[in-house]
Ligand binder design. Structure first.
Ligand SMILES: C[S@@+](CC[C@H](N)C(=O)[O-])C[C@H]1O[C@@H](n2cnc3c(N)ncnc32)[C@H](O)[C@@H]1O
Length: 439
């Protein structure tokens, strides 16, 4: 048999070498904010408040800032007062949110690298950069690569964040290194034309910022994002990341579809295996990654009452990757004539055993006894979950548990059940179900 040549890669694509993969695995296994960055954050906090940040008075103010920020976050978008105009709101952000978002960005960069979406040299724009979470993560990620370089530009409206960003950059990122982090531009991202930015970028990122844009419809948000997409290179990548919380996550799916209607292609995580458009108004889908190790600041803040309020280690996020060139992560399509049930037809099959082909679109949403995974084939107008009691897990069906987020699976012999309480459908996986990779 003659070997089929691998599809040609554009020469600019940066492929990870085995040595780089190994370095990344070591970093993710440790799950730890780089010590130099943790130290830089501590030094900045001390400089900013004019006293050692371990001082009990300072710790109390930090705790109050963290609690206020979290309370604000749970309010509806239009009712939040998040402006980051006060020093402590940014210090609270550094102590509580920064470590998780930094590590989350590293996971996302690894994903882009493995999807072949990084280039040997990249121009990046980060919109709503805060204290430079994404640019600093890029500098750290690139430090584990042997030959890649990047110029990173960013926009931010809060002066307090910009000050923190510059202080962390100067302490953490080597001058003259392979990543050049430009000083953030003070600008409103709803008026991108007024900001001095490169005309063409290889990667544009919105990380945890779209949900802060107030009461805008998905179409209005899409218009705003498209103004940034105008600056995207023809083979560039747009990455939008939002917290996994239900309302923001669901909004992200609506925004993704609005962007698709405006001409961008959803590269991932959605796979449209039936070639249809989806109806994402109830699509709550997010990724989880192993928790990070708590930083020293989190541990000290948690040494008083209600320690759980100050430790933030879980990584859960929703993302979408969009392209202009129609590139998608998966090109699998359900073959014509397949007997797998379209999930749009699931209503007609309640209490019947069926075969389906669908992507796994969540980690376990149930508990240890009863595991539950969101699944999607792009056709359903009602959420569908694969449910499996732990004692039914066998080597023949354990892919529903072990396959990564986004994997396309073939389920043979699942029982359809309506869940009236949640107006959803469950497909019950039993020890008689066989699950294989479809793609
Ligand atoms: C939750 S923080 C996210 C920071 C960072 N991207 C991250 O992932 O950690 C949101 C940031 O977006 C900024 N932001 C919100 N609306 C903005 C706007 N209209 N123009 C510029 N920056 C904005 C806020 O000031 C804040 O720094």
């Amino acid at each position: 048999m003659t070997a089929v040549p691998a599809p040609a890669q554009p020469p600019s694509v940066y492929r990870l070498s085995p040595a780089e993969e190994q370095r990344l695995s070591g970093f993710f296994a440790a799950g730890k904010l780089p010590p130099a960055l943790e130290q830089a954050i501590g030094e900045y906090m001390t400089k900013k408040v004019g006293r050692d940040w371990h001082d009990p008075v300072i710790l109390e103010r930090l705790r109050r800032a963290i609690v206020a920020q979290k309370d604000d976050y749970w309010k509806p978008a239009g009712k939040r007062s998040l402006q980051y105009t006060k020093a402590y709101s940014v210090l609270g952000y550094l102590a509580y949110h920064f470590p998780v978002y930094f590590m989350q960005t590293e996971h996302l960069l690894a994903m882009l690298a493995r999807d072949g979406l990084l280039k040997k040299h990249m121009t990046v724009i980060d919109a709503g950069t805060g204290p430079g979470v994404v640019p600093l993560a890029i500098a750290d990620f690139w430090s584990r690569l042997d030959g890649a370089t990047a110029d990173v530009f960013s926009l931010e409206r809060s002066e307090e964040h910009i000050e923190a960003f510059l202080a962390l950059r100067d302490r953490f990122v080597p001058k003259g290194g392979r990543v050049s982090i430009k000083p953030p531009v003070k600008a409103d991202i709803t008026l991108p034309e007024s900001a001095r930015m490169p005309q063409q970028a290889d990667l544009v990122i919105f990380s945890n910022v779209v949900n802060e844009l107030g009461d805008r419809t998905p179409e209005q948000r899409a218009d705003l994002v498209m103004r940034f997409a105008d600056r995207l290179a023809p083979d560039g990548t747009l990455l939008i990341v939002e917290p996994a919380e239900e309302a923001t996550s669901t909004q992200l799916r609506l925004l993704s579809l609005a962007l698709k209607k405006k001409g961008l292609t959803i590269h991932s995580p959605c796979s449209y295996i039936r070639g249809t458009n989806c109806t994402p108004d109830r699509c709550w889908s997010f990724v989880t990654a192993p928790p990070i190790r708590p930083t020293a600041a989190m541990e000290i803040l948690a040494s008083g009452n209600e320690p759980f309020r100050y430790v933030n280690t879980d990584i859960k996020y929703s993302y979408v990757v969009l392209r202009k060139d129609r590139k998608t992560r998966e090109d699998y399509r359900v073959p014509h004539g397949s007997r797998a049930l379209r999930l749009s037809q699931i209503r007609k099959h309640a209490e019947r055993r069926v075969n389906i082909i669908a992507a796994k679109m969540s980690e376990n949403l149930g508990d240890r006894q009863n595991l539950m995974f969101r699944i999607c084939d792009g056709t359903a107008d009602i959420p569908v979950y694969a449910v499996i009691p732990s004692f039914h897990i066998t080597p023949q069906n354990d892919l529903v548990v072990s396959a990564p987020y986004g994997a396309i699976l073939r389920f043979e012999g699942v029982l359809v059940r309506h869940n009236p309480k949640h107006n959803a459908y469950n497909v019950l996986v039993s020890r008689n179900t066989a699950i294989t990779k479809a793609a």
